[in-house]
Structures are given as structure tokens and as C-alpha cells.
Design a protein around this ligand. Structure first.
Ligand code: ADP
Ligand code: ADP
Length: 227
């Protein structure tokens, strides 16, 4: 099954060179794709296209069967909530909500019945080894623990796709290794992942495929026999 089908996408902003040029990319269910490339090569733009946060100037973006490049704002927000989970460098947790409530939030926004959401959140917190922190506030957790919470939040709605933007970028060596293992384990369990990173160790330990962007084009596309 194809999870991402990007067809001949170009993105031009008002100023500067095109951010993406004639880019096509298929990602199959179960792949863990690492997107590498120098600063300014179009990685964030590509991620934003997949997340429906920005629209291509030309071309089509289909994710889990949905044409995301044509959604209005409401449909786009709903698409993000229901079909994808996102993890960021700086966690983006809400510090005045407990860990459990952070994880429950996307399910509440989607309208999942509370009992079902709590069960799913409990499973995730258990599975990610952070159940003992369920009632704590994120500010009391280490960086690695916070990223685990962010991953649990991203997965609570069972997304077809997990998007991660420099998920180890703000972590120390040990926590970074921990999050690399976590993402590799999730992928081994079948989760489709796209991650943008400068962390070559992350790509090496977790990606089943690596592409490199240069000037808004795919300069390299390799299967990586990570595992
Ligand atoms: P990367 O994530 O690889 O660093 P980006 O996708 O952020 O690359 O940027 C690709 C190109 O698009 C760069 O030349 C950048 O300056 C430009 N760009 C990105 N976002 C905008 C924007 N909102 N307005 C104008 N130019 C942008
Ligand atoms: P709204 O339109 O209600 O403000 P969105 O659904 O558009 O909310 O999401 C706003 C931001 O929240 C997104 O840009 C993204 O950074 C983050 N976000 C959305 N969905 C998720 C999710 N499932 N997991 C983690 N973060 C998310």
C-alpha cells in the first residue's frame, strides 16, 4: 500500500530560488524514510507539503488516500489530526497539562470517546516506558522522556504516518540513542515514518530508506539495510 504519493511537485515562494522542483516520491506502508540534505535544500518544505501545512505551486500530494494539496483549512486540520502524527525537535508539549492529558489531547480534538482514548493513551504510555509519569507535568521530565511523551501524543489517533522533524536535535547523546531505538522499534512494528534529520546515526539506525535533497530535488534515493 502506498502511504505517500507525491507527484511532480514544485514549490516557489515569492522570492528566492524554488524550494522544490519537479519532485516525485512514493513511500510505501512500513517504510521509514529519512530525508537528509543541507540547510535550505527543501526538507521542511517537503514535510510541510506532506502535513498539508503548505501547498505546492504545482503537482499533487496524496497521503493515505487523501489529496492533501487541495484541502481547505478545516479539512486540512482534520487530516492532520486523524491521519498523521507529528514529532518536533523541541517536543511542543503543553506544560500546563499533565503527560496523560497531553497524550489525550489529539484524541479529544478528534472526538474519540474518552474511555477509548484513555485506554489507548495508557497502552502507549506503558509501551513507551513512561506510564509512571502519566500524572506529572512535562517540565519535570528529561528531554528523552519528553520526546517519548510527544511520540505517544503523535500516535494516539493511530496515524497512517508519523512525521518527525529533527526528533533527536535537542537531546543529549544518551536520550538521542533512546529515541533512535524507539523510532526503530515503532517502524519494526509496522509504523510508517518520515523523518527529517541531520543526525546520520538516526538515519542509520532507523531508516529503511534515505533520500537526500539538494536544491529542492532528490539527489540520492537509497534503500538502507538498517535492520
Ligand atoms: P531546509 O528545511 O532543507 O533547510 P527549507 O524547506 O526550509 O529547507 O527551505 C528551502 C528553500 O525555501 C530555502 O531557500 C528557503 O530560504 C526557502 N523558504 C522556505 N520557507 C520560505 C518562506 N516561507 N518564504 C520564502 N522562502 C522560503
Ligand atoms: P488547529 O487548526 O486547531 O490550530 P491543527 O490540527 O492544525 O490545529 O494543528 C496545529 C498544530 O498542532 C500543527 O501545526 C502541528 O504542529 C500540531 N499537531 C497537529 N496534529 C498533531 C498530532 N497528531 N500530534 C502532534 N502535534 C500535532
Amino acid at each position: 500500500t502506498t502511504v505517500i504519493d507525491i507527484h511532480d511537485v514544485s514549490k516557489r515562494y515569492d522570492e528566492g530560488p524554488p524550494a522544490l522542483t519537479g519532485l516525485s516520491l512514493d513511500v510505501a506502508e512500513g517504510e521509514a524514510l529519512a530525508v537528509l540534505g543541507p540547510s535550505g535544500s527543501g526538507k521542511s518544505t517537503l514535510l510541510n507539503m506532506i502535513a498539508g501545512l503548505d501547498r505546492p505551486t504545482e503537482g499533487t500530494v496524496t497521503v493515505a488516500g487523501t489529496r492533501v494539496d487541495v484541502l481547505d483549512e478545516t479539512a486540512s486540520a482534520r487530516y492532520r489530526r486523524s491521519r498523521i502524527g507529528m514529532v518536533f525537535q523541541f517536543f511542543n508539549l503543553l506544560n500546563d497539562l499533565t503527560v496523560l492529558d497531553n497524550v489525550l489531547l489529539p484524541a479529544q480534538l478528534l472526538g474519540t470517546p474518552r474511555a477509548e482514548a484513555r485506554q489507548r493513551a495508557g497502552q502507549l504510555l506503558d509501551g513507551l516506558g513512561i506510564a509512571r509519569h502519566a500524572g506529572a507535568y512535562p517540565g519535570r521530565l528529561s528531554g528523552g522522556e519528553r520526546q517519548r511523551v510527544a511520540v505517544a501524543r503523535a500516535l494516539v489517533n493511530r496515524p497512517a504516518l508519523l512525521l518527525a522533524d529533527e526528533p533527536t536535535g535537542a537531546l543529549d547523546t544518551a536520550s538521542g540513542a533512546d529515541v533512535r531505538r524507539l523510532l526503530a522499534d515503532l517502524n519494526a512494528d509496522g509504523q510508517t515514518i518520515v523523518l527529517v534529520t541531520h543526525d546520520l546515526a538516526l538515519a542509520a539506525s532507523c531508516a529503511t530508506r534515505t533520500i537526500e535533497l539538494v536544491d529542492g530535488r532528490i539527489a540520492r534515493d537509497e534503500r538502507t539495510a538498517a535492520r
